[in-house]
Ligand binder design. Structure first.
Ligand code: NAP
Length: 321
């Protein structure tokens, strides 16, 4: 089968298309014919060798894909050949025509969701759900600022927050991105590059501020986020690419909390809830993954270049064959 492999850490050019042996499912394992692959920023950090966790070389990148079960190993009871599925992690990597996964990381994909959309479910929606409801404890009626609402996690967060009756302020760096955020039901949309976004939030909330900030670029925005919180407000740090100076008094004065979010550390119970909530939302139509761009698998390097640029519009997917 064809797969993208990394033999040395470095720039996008280290992603090479190669012929590799097809995996065979062992006990409790599932072989999936990959139809679409979700690309995430973390895969670029790992590829560059700067991430805390480094895989053994050579490796096939990626966690999430959607496809069809081709074969199951001994003891697999919840899935069978022909099932439409999406993954939350695999044993062999997903930038490939086929992938091998443990039964517990393979989930049913509702018929109304395409394979391309299915490849965008796991990391974006699980992170958004975990950040919004499990870490920041969002409840209906609260106001949330999604700072960076145009990307994978941001769009998912807008849909999740609106589906339970939260008031949403969403930001985007381009007009195209902002119209997408508006179309997902955000109540107010603004540009995170504009100099007066803090004033815009305070005007929209009539001086009260927001209950929650879901922050996609904390090293740029955290200091300002603390100044727009309501009393008992929470900033959930989802994305961060550097350091920043903050004034702790801004947190003290509001009894505010800065909450770290790392999906990889979600507990088994939390993951079970996330899975059930996402299946329900995907099946009943409240959750609709947005595919912004799709590339053939051999252009994985291009996808890695594009995902780190501004101007997002939903998720990027790779298509094998
Ligand atoms: P993505 O699709 O690449 O989206 C990035 C988002 O950041 C876009 O909405 C982009 O908006 C926005 N952005 C750019 N400049 C910004 C600024 N100055 N202020 C606010 N937002 C800004 O990435 P993603 O998959 O949604 O992930 C978002 C971040 O969360 C990434 O850093 C990722 O590594 C991280 N993440 C963390 C976890 C976790 O467990 N903590 C899990 C998944 C992802 P424009 O392009 O419109 O400017």
């Amino acid at each position: 089968m064809k797969a993208i492999r990394v033999h040395e850490f470095g720039g996008p050019e280290v992603l090479r298309l190669e012929e590799v042996p097809e995996p065979i499912p062992g006990k409790g394992e599932v072989l999936i014919q990959v139809k679409a692959i979700g690309v995430n920023p973390i895969e670029t950090y790992i590829r560059s060798g700067t991430y805390a966790v480094k895989p053994e070389l050579p490796y096939i990148p990626g966690w999430e894909c959607a496809g069809v079960v081709e074969a199951v190993g001994e003891g697999v009871t919840s899935l069978r050949a022909g099932d439409r599925v999406y993954t939350s992690g695999t044993l062999t990597g997903v930038y490939a025509e086929k992938t091998l996964a443990k039964e517990e990381t393979v989930h049913p994909l509702p018929d109304r969701i395409s394979f391309e959309q299915g490849a965008c479910v796991d990391i974006a929606y699980s992170t958004a759900y975990h950040a919004l409801f499990q870490r920041a404890r969002g409840v209906p009626g609260e106001t949330v600022l999604i700072n960076g609402a145009t990307g994978g996690v941001g769009i998912a967060a807008v849909q999740l927050a609106r589906s339970v009756g939260m008031r949403v302020i969403g930001t985007g760096g381009t007009e195209k991105g902002r119209s997408l955020v508006r179309a997902q039901g955000a109540n107010f949309v603004m540009d995170h590059h504009s100099l007066d976004w803090v004033d815009q939030v305070m005007r929209f909330t009539e001086g009260r501020g927001v209950d929650i900030v879901l922050e996609m670029l904390a090293n740029v925005n955290l200091a300002k986020d603390l100044t727009i919180l309501n009393r008992n407000g929470r900033v959930a740090v989802v994305g961060n690419r550097g350091t920043i100076e903050i004034n702790p008094r801004d947190a003290m004065n509001r009894r505010a909390e800065i909450i770290g979010v790392l999906l990889l550390l979600a507990t088994g119970e939390e993951k079970k809830s996330i899975r059930a909530a996402l299946y329900a939302g995907l099946a009943n139509g409240t959750l609709n993954p947005v595919v912004g761009q799709s590339y053939p698998l051999e252009l994985a390097a291009e996808a890695h270049r594009v995902i780190l640029q501004s101007g997002h519009y939903g998720k990027i997917v790779l298509i094998p064959q």
